[in-house]
Design a protein around this ligand. Structure first.
Ligand code: AGP
Length: 519
């Protein structure tokens, strides 16, 4: 048996099973399921009936698959909350496949179905039968997947993360395609929320986890600045337990590349209870969140295999910028003169990210990374939209290099963290030209004065910034609101090269799952 999730009533079930004579070899919720299935099988029923009966007894979140020696060639699987995708190989003896998400199966088949909550599937070579927990047959929902196999291969790169970082210009161009129109307006497809409903909105909550949360932070700056609409950003696992004030004039935007992260999914369900309008920014067509939301805006990054989010993060920022522009278009731009410049700059992002990734630039970052191969502690600082960039840069380094990396808003440094700056501490600052550049440089001076080694992300040709740095990560300049899309690129590369210098598997960092389907 394979189980992903948490069975909440496992202790009471285990207690009962022990009194019936079952002997446990572990202290896990998963083992309880195996014993329950065994109990049903010993009553003489089929494996499918045994799994259905078991799932009627358990509470919690699970995706599980069960096989038994008495029924070779059969896999019975079921789910509640945690996602489960079914794949079928071609031909009569086609293999049955199960996984949490599509990229895991892309190399094996192009035919996918999704299992809904409290459904059970029986897979045999070439056949599949989906039923409810009561055994009633149901039609499985086929998934439309236009990702190709090539997208799930390394294509000459040593790892998926490297390939996915370099796919970012294409991913951004695809995400903008057909949405940023030549006449300088934004059109959002698959949106399913009417313009009138959006005009009715008086507050936006963005909820997400990890890198998606950092993308969401950028939305707060963009929506408030462009559309003058109150916007809050929340970590999904906090949002649902803190009694947020929501009503039918609230728009809740879930940001999740997988569309399956349990914290974000449950936060959206919580918001639904308050009659809020729900939309999701997801990279996976027909993901659980996409199916449940009122509106969906797909990032078109293609499958992301590396555990560390790169191209999905950048395209989330782009999608959120599109949403901000769309809301501003509907409600009137706070500063109408802005619109034309913004549209032109947004359209140029693929080209600018390409420049940030040019072979020469990549080699420069690799060289800088080599100098910090022995450094154990990093500070990442930024202000305004540079703050989420700093957080994302720090997260990338933590995830794949296992090094301590703290992201801070630079202005907050003097309120405590500056105590940690000593000669040789490495500080990575986002110092591209925004209206807070001077203030940021003031913070850089504070850490330099305490002997920090300073690495700055700076705009190409900005020698004034470079003069204050020990090392420079050069990036092209864009509108400050879009700078997070470009400025994070050298930080992804820095984390990538440092991790590789340490000999780590950047695609499969320890302790991490690509999609977090447990609370
Ligand atoms: C990012 O590098 C991480 N792997 C992680 O923080 C991720 O962004 C988070 O788990 C959210 O995932 P989601 O976008 O699929 O919801």
């Amino acid at each position: 048996m394979v189980h992903n999730g948490i069975i909440e009533n496992w202790r009471e079930l285990a207690e009962q099973l022990r009194t019936e004579g079952h002997t446990f070899v572990s202290d896990t919720d998963t083992e309880v399921i195996a014993h329950l299935v065994e109990r049903e099988l010993s009553g003489g029923c089929s494996l499918a009936a045994a799994v259905r009966a078991t799932l009627r007894e358990v509470r919690g979140a699970f995706a599980l698959a069960v096989m038994c020696a008495g029924e070779p060639g059969t896999i019975v699987a079921g789910r509640r909350v945690s996602p489960l995708i079914i794949g079928m190989g071609d031909g009569e003896s086609g293999e049955g496949l199960l996984a949490s998400d599509i990229p895991a199966l892309l190399g094996r088949t192009r035919r996918f179905w999704v299992l809904d909550d409290d459904q059970v599937v029986v897979l045999r070579p070439g056949s599949m039968l989906v039923t409810t927990l009561q055994g009633k047959e149901v039609e499985p929902k086929e998934l439309h997947v236009d990702w190709d196999l090539e997208a799930a291969e390394k294509g000459g790169y040593p790892d998926f993360m490297g390939k996915e970082i370099h796919e970012q210009p294409r991913a951004i161009a695809d995400t903008l395609l057909g949405r940023l129109l030549a006449d300088g307006t934004v059109e959002l497809d698959e949106f399913r929320i009417t313009d009138d409903e959006l005009r009715h909105v008086d507050k936006v909550f963005v909820v997400a986890c990890g890198s998606s949360y950092h993308a969401g932070m950028v939305a707060k700056y963009a929506i408030e600045r462009l559309a003058r609409l109150r916007t809050e950003i929340d970590i999904a696992s906090e949002f649902r337990y803190r009694d947020p004030v929501l009503d039918d004039r609230t728009l809740v935007v879930g940001v999740s590349q997988s569309g399956e992260t349990i914290d974000t999914l449950q936060a959206m369900r919580e918001a639904r209870q308050w009659d809020a309008k729900i939309m999701v920014i997801s990279n996976v067509v027909d993901s659980s969140m996409a199916r449940e939301a009122d509106g969906v805006l797909y990032t078109r990054a293609g499958p992301e295999v590396g555990v560390a989010a790169t191209k999905t993060h950048l395209t989330q920022v782009v999608a959120l910028e599109l949403l901000a522009l769309y809301l501003a278009q509907l409600r009137g731009f706070a500063e109408p003169a802005d619109a034309r410049v913004l549209f032109a700059d947004l359209a140029r992002l693929p080209e600018l990210v390409e420049r940030a990734l040019a072979p020469g630039r990549d080699a420069e970052v690799a060289e800088i990374a080599g100098k910090f191969a022995d450094t154990r502690d990093f500070f990442f600082l930024g202000r305004h939209v540079g703050f989420p960039v700093a957080l994302e840069g720090a997260l990338k380094l933590k995830e794949i290099s296992y090094l301590r990396a703290e992201g801070y808003p630079a202005g907050e440094l003097k309120h405590g963290p500056i105590a940690l700056i000593v000669p040789g501490t490495v500080v990575v600052g986002v110092a591209t030209r925004t209206h807070l550049w001077e203030k940021m440089m003031g913070n850089v001076a504070e850490v330099r004065a305490r002997g920090a080694t300073v690495v700055l992300v700076a705009n190409e040709g900005d020698e004034e910034t470079a003069a204050q740095a020990d090392e420079v990560l050069w990036v092209p300049r864009t509108h400050p609101l879009f700078a997070p899309v470009i400025d994070v690129v050298p930080l992804q590369l820095l984390a990538y090269h440092i991790a590789r210098a340490h000999g780590h598997d950047v695609d499969r960092p320890r302790n991490l799952a690509k999609t977090v389907t447990v609370e």
